[in-house]
Design a binder for this molecule. Structure first.
Ligand code: UDP
Length: 165
């Protein structure tokens, strides 16, 4: 999605703000974006390890007049941050992008094309960062699927019981 979105934003002269990642990573991301999409206006950027308060971060984002903010704090931190601060932000949209800046800046390598074609990039990421990813990929994701399935089963059982009644 990212390349198409950037092309569209460049064509329409929109302003983007990058929030998250290590300082050198977010800086390199901003630099590459400016080179790759000359029409795209990088309104500002800020690393995800700043000691500034959320209020101060939002103030900086609003002051940049960004139309869109990419939040790269990892899941679920970024979703929680967006949810908690949406009311402070004067942007059109805030999108959680996880480790995107790490990939885009070249500081972390993506899986080879054939691995991605097989939808197995998660295995690659697990192999690259086992400590950081094992909890989510091996426990969190199966648990998530299990909860969805059990809630579906529960709804069916309830529907059947209602029919019987
Ligand atoms: N990160 C951050 N601040 C934090 C924690 C994480 O800026 O307090 C950044 C981290 O540097 C990395 C990204 O968030 O760039 C998380 O990447 P990860 O691959 O873990 O995210 P995922 O795509 O798996 O959600």
């Amino acid at each position: 999605m990212f390349p198409q979105l950037c092309q569209e934003l460049a064509a329409t002269g929109k302003r983007v703000f990058l929030y998250g990642g290590q300082p050198a990573v977010v800086e390199a991301t901003a630099k590459r974006l400016k080179q790759e999409y000359p029409g795209l206006q990088v309104a500002g950027y800020l690393d995800g390890y700043t000691t500034a308060s959320a209020e101060a971060v939002c103030y900086q984002i609003n002051r940049s007049s960004a139309d869109i903010v990419f939040v790269a704090l990892g899941a679920p931190k970024q979703e929680l941050w967006i949810n908690d601060n949406a009311y402070r932000l004067n942007v059109g949209v805030a999108i959680g992008v996880g480790g995107l800046f790490d990939f885009y800046s070249g500081s972390v390598s993506r899986a080879p094309e054939w691995v991605r074609a097989l939808s197995l990039e998660w295995v690659w990421r697990l192999a690259m960062q086992p400590k950081a990813k094992a909890g989510r990929y091996l426990i969190g994701n199966p648990l998530f699927l299990f909860r969805i399935l059990s809630s579906k089963v529960q709804s069916r059982v309830q529907a059947t019981m209602l029919e019987v009644c």
